[in-house]
Design a protein around this ligand. Structure first.
Ligand SMILES: [Zn+2]
Length: 274
């Protein structure tokens, strides 16, 4: 069985067929053309799907930027998809292609991909975060995505780590880890910048560890590509900010999947739902 995974981003839409071993075939990536509005970007999504669709495909998994409602399959009003308001994307895709369709938040899907097939394989409780121009996160507990009571949970990028901070986050509050430690702040990290970045992320991950007691922490996105200079510092910093007595045993590792993570994750959501 093959599942078509589709990853809708603000700049690119990726699609590919994913088999049960999480191998991707027919991977394609095309521009979203988001600034041209809803009709154009929706047309690009259909183009991406059609470019990878074959008769072997039995279902479609789509991940998109939040907020969205996974139960109803409706994309609400993502800031990086202008003109999208309450779009029943799962129904549109089901009607157009005649296949079962599920949708999921992009970071939740990427987290599931890492938990089931990537750097978090073998762990039932995985905390995943993509640290780039923003910070998105996904929480996998007992092998399933955690959504919260209203479907709005797992937004770890908007945990405040400094309530005195005057640095405003895109969400409107101040002191979020996204505002203090995303790629906007640390584009070209010198040693002292890395120390500061690891200090901030370490305090945040310590809080995450206290709350979730994850089996492993997997970090993707641009900042995570900084490799051992950052990860070594994070492993030293995070245990200083948590009461969890097992914190030093919790691996903090780079993500395994890059550009294909959303496609693999969207497909994993479909397979997990069956
Ligand atoms: Zn925020």
């Amino acid at each position: 069985m093959a599942v078509l995974g589709v990853d809708i981003g603000g700049t690119k839409i990726a699609a590919g067929r994913v088999n049960a071993r999480a191998e991707v075939e027919g991977f394609r990536s095309i521009p979203t053309l988001a600034s041209r509005g809803f009709e154009v970007s929706l047309g690009q999504i259909w183009r991406a799907v059609e470019s990878s669709l074959t008769p072997q495909v039995q279902a479609i998994g789509i991940c998109a930027p939040g907020p969205l409602d996974v139960k109803t399959g409706v994309v609400l009003n993502p800031p990086n998809l202008p003109g999208w308001h309450n779009v029943p994307l799962a129904k549109f895709a089901k009607d157009k292609f005649g296949l079962p369709v599920v949708i999921e938040n992009d970071c939740n899907a990427a987290g599931l991909a890492e938990a089931l097939h990537g750097a978090g394989r073998g762990y039932s409780h995985v905390f995943y975060a993509a640290i780039g121009t923003g910070i998105g996160s996904g929480i996998v507990l007992d092998g399933k995505i955690f959504h919260g009571a209203h479907g709005a949970g797992a937004e770890a990028g908007h945990m405040c780590i400094d309530y005195r901070s005057s640095i405003l986050c895109g969400c409107g509050t101040a002191g979020c880890i996204e505002a203090l430690a995303s790629g906007r702040v640390f584009d070209d990290a010198a040693d002292e910048d890395l120390d500061e970045l690891a200090g901030r992320l370490g305090a945040w991950l310590g809080a995450v560890i206290s709350l979730l007691d994850p089996g492993i922490i997997v970090l993707g996105g641009g900042v995570a590509q900084m490799g051992e200079p950052l990860f070594g510092r994070l492993r030293a910093a995070a245990p200083r900010w948590t009461v969890n007595p097992y914190s030093r045993e919790i691996p903090i590792v780079p993500a395994q999947f890059g550009a294909e993570s959303g496609v693999i994750g969207a497909a994993a959501v479909v397979i997990g739902a069956q």
